[in-house]
Design a protein around this ligand. Structure first.
Ligand code: UDX
Length: 484
């Protein structure tokens, strides 16, 4: 009997930092011969489609530069999202509740339709934080579900400790992290698979969402526990050589196999098809004109916001450092300016061409560019692992969620970056500190050492995705487990 064509239904969480790694994983699967139907909720599907159309019109080229490499196929599908207006999300709770109510039934209908049309869905691939929303669909059709966790393995392990270890708890973590903890306040010691000391300032939190903090922890923990009880396996956007102790520790504690399949990065010839904003291609031409290692790349990802006073401190620190910069000032990074508020941006005219501001950058190509000497980042996990993959040292500006934990690893464990010191009581990082840290990374001896360390991790990261590398082997093990 002929082998059935494998068909994965991929369902990302509707956020930039979750859709990107999901699509990159899907491309890997498609290169292995799997057919993928990539599902987005209506508003996201529409937004990406418009951008892809614009891009194709401008370039008159197919969207996948390496389409011929795809043996399987990536199809796009959309599902309606009743009751969810992405521009009007009042809380994370409302967001996840709307997803749970709205998404599951539509996915069920979609699988029914695909099966009826003769393209049977053979497995479900969905975000780990969509376990309650999607696992029942896999169960209803008796197909395996692969869960993608899009942050680090160590963060996943840390949450497991919070849920199961008698000496720590979520409540304790929230209590300790309240306010602006001093760098030396210790939260926990000797948690298996993690660094010897976890400090209060390393703890993940969602405080910028006000009351959502407890809800988010509880929500994530519920999803994770359910996932460990039900999923066929969990795949993580990381690789063994980067986080081996965490992989080992969690593997011995949970049932489903854990596969490190990262770094999930597209090849540089491949255009992103998942960006929420139009990528500024011209910035690459500008980078071409800059000296090697001379430019600081600055991006705060897709969610982080800055206040105007903080933005101005960065501008001043940046200009005083005298270094060149490429800065992503994404729509929404700053609050709508009050009348006549243009001072900060005007300051850039004082930079005499040393700086460039874009709405959104082709980040992988920027990080791969020889002129980039450092990355001021919010330490979202994708940005962190993308910088690791390209050997770029980091200046860490964590804002919420796992970003504090990632920054800890960047500075203390891997020694490929630095954190800023909060120098005052008003929760701001001041211009002098910003100037100091930029100079350390861009011109000092310490910066050189960080860059050398980053080069070692770059090599390890590139090795992981070679045919004999750990992540490549893990993808094959995953496919074998599905009998593909
Ligand atoms: C979110 C969370 O903030 C993060 O902590 C979590 O780990 C994943 O989900 P986000 O804030 O968007 O993600 O940050 P990040 O994880 O870094 O993802 C951003 C993605 O957008 C990256 O893949 C990056 O390459 C891309 N990007 C960013 C661009 O393509 N262009 C840009 O200008 C900026």
């Amino acid at each position: 009997m002929a082998k059935e064509q494998q068909h994965a239904l991929a369902v990302p969480l509707p956020g930039q930092g979750h859709i990107n790694p999901m699509m990159r994983l899907c491309r890997i699967l498609a290169k292995k011969g799997v057919t993928v139907t990539f599902v987005n909720i209506d508003p996201i599907h529409k937004r990406m489609k418009e951008l892809r159309q614009q891009q194709q019109e401008e370039e008159e080229q197919p969207i996948y530069a390496s389409q011929e490499e795809l043996v399987g196929e990536i199809r796009r599908a959309r599902v309606p999202m009743d009751g969810l207006d992405l521009g009007q999300i009042v809380s994370m709770e409302a967001f996840f509740e709307a997803l749970k109510k709205g998404l599951g039934p539509h996915l069920h209908q979609l699988v029914l339709r695909l099966n009826r049309e003769g393209s049977r869905v053979t497995c479900l691939l969905s975000d780990m934080l969509l376990t309650a929303t999607t696992q029942f669909v896999a169960d209803a059709f008796n197909i395996p579900r692969i869960a993608l966790y899009s942050s680090s393995q160590s963060t996943l392990l840390f949450h497991h400790h919070l849920m199961t270890d008698p000496v720590v708890s979520t409540e304790h973590a929230m209590e300790v992290a309240r306010g602006q903890p001093r760098p030396d306040v210790v939260f926990a010691e000797g948690l298996a698979g993690l660094p010897p000391l976890i400090h209060a300032r390393d703890l993940p939190h969602f405080r910028h969402h006000g009351d959502d903090n407890l809800y988010m922890f509880r929500f994530m923990e519920r999803e994770m526990l359910l996932c460990y009880q039900t999923a066929h396996c969990v795949v993580v956007n990381s690789f063994d050589a980067l986080e081996r102790p965490a992989f080992d520790a969690l593997s011995s504690r949970v049932n489903p196999p854990l596969y490190g399949v990262g770094p999930l990065v597209d090849s540089l010839e491949e255009k992103s098809t998942t960006s929420f904003w139009k990528e500024d291609e011209a910035c690459i031409l500008w980078l071409d004109q800059q000296a090697p290692l001379s430019v600081l790349y600055i991006s705060f990802g897709s969610v982080t916001c800055l206040s105007y006073p903080q933005f101005e401190e960065i501008v001043h620190g940046l200009l005083s450092s005298q270094h060149c910069f490429l800065w992503v000032v994404r729509p929404g990074l700053l609050p709508s300016p009050p009348n006549g508020e243009k001072r900060s941006l005007d300051l850039f005219s004082a930079s005499h061409g040393r700086g460039r501001i874009v709405d959104w950058a082709p980040q992988l190509r920027v990080l791969a560019h020889p002129s980039i000497g450092g990355f001021l980042t919010h330490c979202g996990w994708n940005s962190t692992i993308e910088a690791i993959h390209h050997g770029v040292p980091m200046l860490c500006w964590p804002y919420f969620s796992d970003q504090y934990f990632n920054a800890k690893f960047v500075e203390e464990e891997w020694r490929i970056g630095l954190r800023f010191n909060m120098t005052n009581e008003c929760k701001m990082i001041e211009r002098f500190e910003i100037e100091r840290v930029i100079k350390v990374i861009m011109e000092g001896h310490e910066g050189k050492v960080l860059r050398q360390n980053a080069q070692k991790f770059k090599e390890a990261s590139n090795n992981a995705i070679l045919p004999e590398g750990s992540s490549c082997k893990n993808i094959q093990a995953l496919l074998d487990s599905l009998h593909i």
